[in-house]
Design a binder for this molecule. Structure first.
Ligand code: AHM
Ligand code: MG
Length: 346
């Protein structure tokens, strides 16, 4: 089907909602609020090399990492754009330890918002792509009152919308409400996100793997074998694969979504839960990738079925083309069976 011309993201969201008679239009309005924040953050990211916004604020975030000014700018911008619409009962951000309540006098609503305001922020100073990730749920606590931690700690499969913005050679917003995954490119001349990638389907099998290979020494033996397998030559399975790693999850996953690929941030002997955060990094990305026909797991279990225990918890993640994610799961499982046999024999 031909792409409609000048399909803005807001019009697209409204058209999508029309296909669901039960929809109230509220999701359209809150996603429209999000696009405003995304445009402002994009502008600020593009100016980062020009204005005195680079460098550390001197503060540490809740994980003890240095916070850059642009992270905080994006965090504040998202809250400002989203807190007053009457849509949300609670929010949560990578940059804030506790849940974020809706300030009075604004009304509390029925939705829950989680976000990573600026992911890949170590790449800001070197002009490499970074991104914003968001995830939306319906509240589970009774209506009319402030939201609770329980509203935030839902399994990823209960998300009703998720998406990301990648600030790269152009700014692209990708979102899904569970019915297809769609991408919009920001036209900076008139400040609109226009439909550029309709109904994205991730290739079932890829030829690209994406992982920080500097951590090889600390990996699970099954993962070591899998990566070696990808590097061997075999024309029938299109090996060796290419290796690509930006170090910004949003950029690495965006490439995987469009070209096919497997992005991995595994557990290792130094970081037994991996690095990436379940609630506002892995769950929304898993939702998008699954909606595009891909697969996302922690090596053993589907990401979207993990039961969260805390807001900032981490999880290992293997995400991308279905064939490739299944393959790494098999390598990990096979190695564990072999290890168990050896333990029993000794
Ligand atoms: P951040 O949330 O502090 O920016 O960290 C998350 C980023 C991801 O975007 C990326 O995939 C990963 O950290 C890269 O980590 P590493 O440098 O260990 O490879
Ligand atoms: Mg992050």
């Amino acid at each position: 089907m031909n792409k409609p011309r000048f399909m803005t993201v807001v019009r697209h969201i409204i058209e999508e909602e029309k296909m669901h008679p039960e929809a109230t239009g509220e999701l359209s309005r809150l996603l429209a609020d999000f696009t405003l924040a995304a445009k402002v953050i994009s502008l600020e990211v593009n100016k980062a090399g020009l204005v005195d916004i680079l460098g550390f604020t001197g503060d540490n975030n809740v994980h003890g990492e240095k916070v850059k000014k642009l992270d905080m700018f994006a965090h504040d911008m998202l809250i400002k754009a989203m807190d007053h619409g009457g849509h949300f009962c609670v929010m949560a951000s990578e940059e804030e330890e506790d849940i974020i309540h809706i300030p009075s006098p604004y009304k509390v609503g029925k939705y829950v918002l989680l976000f990573d305001p600026l992911d890949g922020s170590s790449n800001i100073d070197v002009n490499i792509s970074i991104g914003t990730i968001f995830s939306i749920y319906k509240r589970v606590s009774p209506p009319g009152k402030p939201g609770t931690v329980q509203d935030v700690l839902q399994q990823g499969m209960h998300q009703i919308a998720a998406g990301y913005v990648v600030y790269g050679s152009s700014t692209i917003l990708v979102y899904s409400t569970g019915h297809g995954v769609h991408g919009f490119t920001l036209d900076p001349s008139f400040g609109e996100f226009l439909l550029s990638h309709q109904n994205i389907q991730i290739p079932k099998k890829s030829k690209i793997y994406s992982i920080n290979e500097g951590n090889y020494k600390y990996w699970h033996p099954g993962l070591k074998k899998y990566i070696k397998y990808l590097q061997e030559e075999d024309t029938t399975t299109e090996r060796p694969y290419s290796s690509r790693y930006v170090g910004s999850m949003v950029a690495d996953i965006h490439r995987s979504l469009l070209y096919g690929g497997i992005f991995m941030y595994p557990a290792d002997s130094r970081s037994p839960m991996g690095k990436l955060r379940l609630m506002y990094e892995c769950n929304p990305m898993a939702y998008i990738i699954e909606a595009a026909g891909g697969r996302a797991s922690n090596g053993k279990q589907r990401i979207l079925e993990l039961k969260p225990k805390s807001l900032h918890e981490r999880t290992p993640v293997f995400i991308g083309s279905e064939y490739d994610v299944k393959m790494v799961e098999e390598f990990i499982a096979r190695e564990e069976i072999e290890e168990n046999i050896l333990i029993k024999e000794s």
